[in-house]
Ligand binder design. Sequence first.
Ligand code: ADP
Ligand code: GLC
Length: 487
Amino acid sequence: MNTSKMKVIMVASEIEPFAKTGGLADVTSALAKYLKELGVQVISVMPLYSSIDRTKYKIKKVFDLSCAHMGTCEEFYSVYTTKEPYGVDTYFIEFDKYFNRDGIYNDHIGEFIDNPFRFALLSRATLQIAKDLKFKPDIIHVNDWQTSLIPYYLKTDNDPFFAKTKSVLTIHNIGYQGSFSSDAVGYAGIKDHDFHAGTFESFGGINFLKGGISYADKITTVSPTYAHEILGPIGSNGLHGKLDDRKGDLVGIINGIDTDIWNPTKDKLISKNFDIKTYKVGKKALKKQLQLMFDLEVNPNIPLLSFIGRFAEQKGLGLLAGAVEHAVNTMEAQFIILGSGDEDAQWYFGGLPARYSGKIGAFIGYNEEKAHLIEAGSDFFLMPSLYEPCGLNQMYSQAYGTLPIVRATGGLEDTVDQYDEVTGTGTGFKFYDISAQALYNTIGWAISTYFDRPKHIDKMIKAAMSKDFSWEKPIEEYLELYKSIFK
Ligand code: ADP
Ligand code: GLC
């Protein structure tokens, strides 16, 4: 199939810059943007959450009172669109009952109980938007459980409009499967004879992702190592049997990073840009800025180690807590933590600066500017994830010459090259055991390298900054995968 003739719909519950809770948004946005750059005709679809700034992104109404035929009723919604900010046409579903509230998936009380209904509507309405636009897609690229009903609709609706349409499901995180009681089965339009253990049914309830895996034409996940890990019972969170059935259609494609946004030579969110030749001067100035911002002792010679991420169990917060407190008492080191999520973690990490004044800084919340400055100005980046499908921060950090210290799992294994003490090669420090002690030891290894083998650190920084983390290769792999479906 000719690339310029190919039509793709990218659909997700979050797309940068409109709504984001994690890397899913970065990746869905980048996929659409770079597919378009290759000449593919691509549109994106997502909900119009009330948090989205309609003025800033020039979002305009296109359809009033569109109708989605849900299994048990009809729902009427409006459709909005914009070409901002990358020229990709993004379509938004305005449906106040589901999307006019604070939060994307949850509020301070917990997960929204109508989530299965909300995302069933997103899935159904996406198909209706395609029809209303007369945009006949070759591929609908669905992401995670929230859009996992679409492959089922395509296979069982027998709608002539979609007769040639195929689906690709990308699993960004199998820890979130969309498991609920069976209440939403009727509304979602899953027919009784299709609701069984071979498809959506799981312990009497509905598992959206399981259904998506059953019906998608191809399944991808976001790194080759994670593709392997999810074939096992622990890595798959119980879906290994289902995935094993589809093993021949499963492939791991590593994420790229958006090199227009995450690029030390032109990053607009940092006060000093730098490249591989000027990194020493650039990073020194930014480190000082960080030390001042986070009330740390201003001293260029103390190694600064940072963490950015969602406060979720996946991120290895227990390991981080244990290792950081131990390290701060026994090593010459400073730490910065930026994150939000789990309330206990917020209390704990938010309280560390008061207990270790001048040595630990923390910001509880989501802050893009601070994230860029931390990636750029730190010496080391901590990612002790229990599992990590791909992970973006370890790639951002390498691009900025901030050496990652990671647990060797999923995409962290695939994107960080282990330091070799003899030759000085590598781009980071990896450990394997799920224990605070293993992280502590690896922090010690990195810090001793910093003090004792500065030439190695210099060599590693240059190697890290020279790595190609762009979307160039991954996007070609996606395109090849799309094309392979039609061969
Ligand atoms: P995940 O999707 O599991 O959260 P990723 O590493 O793929 O992990 O992506 C996380 C993304 O969210 C990165 O772009 C990271 O910089 C960003 N991020 C996470 N927490 C914060 C925060 N508190 N402030 C700013 N950016 C954050
Ligand atoms: C998920 C994963 C993360 C991945 C991101 C984008 O949220 O936790 O590892 O980088 O999706 O694919």
